[in-house]
Design a binder for this molecule. Structure first.
Ligand code: SF4
Length: 357
């Protein structure tokens, strides 16, 4: 079974614009990510691996490296194969093939293919257009840095484009209670940070910041140079404060359903494990093993005492029996279980992971 052991905290030298928002919500997540050398402690969803493929394809299409259906199919298959090999090497062969394990795989591929027609870059203009993709930008002090998906320079005007393979907007309520769509704040801040990094390197701000989704919709992020500088200063201060907390070994975290649900460092987070005691909306369990039962079909169910209730987790394979028996009365944490319809009953999923406490 898995065990966290002593955490070797280390300084964070640099943060990326895409990491900033998450760090602002819970700096301890970034601290743990650095301590574990960015190796997640729980399996990543297969959708994220297809996301990497789609992002790469968007980059290749934008650059013009992939411009025909044949090239698209070849490259797409190669990229999928590469990610599937990675999944096997990481010990998640059950996510392969991605086609069978990612919801709407076919639809996502069709939407992606549509980017072949009418690429987001205007062509045929009399003025020369310079295109850079996946270009690295970092601040002079190297504390903030990241790759910009696409930079289009046309004359003296520059547009920065970031591709998103998930939803770009979310619904918000206005003062009158009406619902309207707004670009997610994390994406706005990410792009403004890119704009500042671009300014630091070139001495000029882009004229346009855009987000492009899988359906080829383009969203423009309004900005001022003052806003970009303010967010950059905020990011630098946050990094400084986070490194101070690492130096002084004084940590704090911000557990919430929103922050922790997809945090892949939950097993190492004592704040989360405390929070789990008072919040049962997660698919994770932490408690004392009270009993283990092996059924005739070979399946094993473990009974666990939580602070306020007792629960059972069914569906473990027989190989787990010895471990559970040896740990009766010990506290363990089980991540990624599934809630069954009956109250206090959970079952094992393909990504269920056990950690000693
Ligand atoms: S589990 Fe929650 S509180 Fe802990 S590091 Fe992750 S986001 Fe922060």
């Amino acid at each position: 079974m898995n065990r966290i052991g002593k955490i070797n905290y280390r300084q964070i030298n640099r943060i990326s614009p895409s990491q900033f928002y998450s760090m602002k919500n819970c700096a301890y997540k970034s601290i743990l990510a650095e301590a574990f050398e960015k190796k997640p402690l729980l399996p990543i969803s297969p959708t994220a691996y297809l996301g990497i493929v789609m992002h790469k394809m968007l980059e290749l299409i934008s650059k013009g490296t992939v411009s025909s259906e044949e090239e698209f199919d070849f490259q797409f298959n190669e990229q999928v194969k590469f990610q599937e090999e990675t999944l096997k090497q990481l010990g998640y062969p059950f996510f392969v093939p991605l086609q069978k394990n990612v919801k709407d795989f076919g639809m996502k591929k069709i939407l992606l293919k549509k980017h072949l027609k009418n690429r987001v870059i205007r062509t045929g203009s009399a003025r020369s257009i310079k295109i850079d993709s996946e270009k690295w930008f970092e601040s002079a002090d190297k504390s903030i840095g990241g790759k910009i998906d696409l930079i289009i320079e046309e004359g003296f005007e520059t547009e920065i484009i970031d591709f998103k393979t998930g939803g770009i907007t979310h619904d918000v309520l206005d003062d009158e209670g009406d619902v309207f769509s707004n670009i997610k704040n994390e994406y706005k801040e990410q792009l403004k940070l890119y704009a500042y990094l671009y300014f630091e390197k070139t001495g000029k701000y882009p004229v346009r910041l855009s987000l492009v989704d899988l359906a080829k919709q383009k969203f423009t992020v309004d900005f001022t140079s003052h806003e970009c500088k303010t967010i950059f200063d905020e990011a630098r201060e946050l990094l400084k404060a986070t490194n101070n907390s690492i130096n002084n070994s004084i940590f704090s975290a911000n557990p919430s359903v929103e922050n922790c649900k997809y945090c892949l460092y939950r097993p190492a987070c004592s704040y989360f494990l405390e929070y789990l005691k008072i919040n049962d909306s997660f698919n994770d369990i932490s408690g004392r093993i009270s009993k283990v039962v092996k059924y005739l079909n070979g399946n094993v169910t473990v009974f666990i005492d939580l602070p306020e209730r007792s629960i059972s987790v069914m569906g473990f394979i027989a190989e787990n029996l010895q471990y559970f028996n040896e740990n009766i009365n010990n506290t363990i944490a089980i991540f990624n279980v599934k809630k069954e319809a009956s109250e206090n009953v959970y079952s094992v999923t393909r990504t269920t992971t056990i950690y000693d406490q």
